[in-house]
Design a protein around this ligand. Structure first.
Ligand SMILES: N[C@@H](CCC(=O)N[C@@H](CS)C(=O)NCC(=O)O)C(=O)O
Length: 199
């Protein structure tokens, strides 16, 4: 049994989704970011954290990839050329798609008010749009970024694009919007989303 630490309306949702994809039982502790109880586990005070036995894994991407590797689903094996391409998409999702979203979020509600700069968000939107254009070219006509099968970066990209839409950063009509709708229609996403909404 895994224990997921983190409020469902944070990046803990990614882990909930992956656990649902894998059909695994888990306990969830809805700890908010920066809760004092996190200090001993994660000095940055961030969630999510996954408790595995007596150990704790920090970071949603590391956790999702760990679960995929451990349960041998939604990933190519380490050391293969496919895995290198898959990891390239994972890193792209973090750097190019999530980066602008998180920076914009920091300048909206995370940073102390006196450090927030409204105009930064225009640059973030510009970067996000460039990333979506690049994704469109890389994705082409594929169903998922790695071809026919859902892998870890699909989960990350679709999560980020949902996050973007809550900020009013809508996707242009086309292959990326269709892909995101396809990924978010997965039953495991729908189940995790209904848990998130009830929390
Ligand atoms: N790269 C980390 C980022 C985690 C993160 O920043 N989580 C947010 C909530 S979604 C948080 O805990 N923020 C607290 C803070 O920035 O101090 C991950 O993917 O898990």
């Amino acid at each position: 049994m895994y224990t997921l630490i983190g409020l469902p309306k944070t990046r803990a949702f990614r882990v909930m989704w992956m656990l649902e994809e894998l059909g695994l039982a888990y306990e969830q502790i809805p700890t908010p970011p920066r809760d004092p109880s996190l200090a001993a586990i994660n000095p940055s005070g961030k969630v999510p954290v996954l408790k595995v036995g007596d150990d704790y894994i920090i970071d949603s991407v590391a956790i999702c990839q760990f679960l995929a590797d451990k349960h041998n689903r939604f990933t190519f094996p380490a050391g293969t050329i496919e895995r290198a391409h898959q990891d390239s998409f994972t890193q792209f999702s973090v750097d190019d798609i999530e980066g602008p979203l998180w920076t914009a979020a920091k300048h909206t509600f995370v940073l102390p008010a006196e450090l927030r700069i409204e105009d930064v968000k225009k640059a973030c939107r510009y970067d996000f749009d460039r990333a979506i254009q690049a994704l469109s070219e890389r994705l082409g006509t594929r169903s998922y970024v790695m071809g026919d099968g859902f892998t870890v970066p699909d989960l990350l990209i679709a999560h980020c694009c949902g996050w973007a839409s809550t900020m009013g950063w809508t996707l242009p009509q086309g292959n990326v919007a269709d892909y995101v709708a396809r990924v978010r229609a997965r039953p495991a996403f729908q189940k995790a989303w209904s848990i998130r909404e009830k929390a």
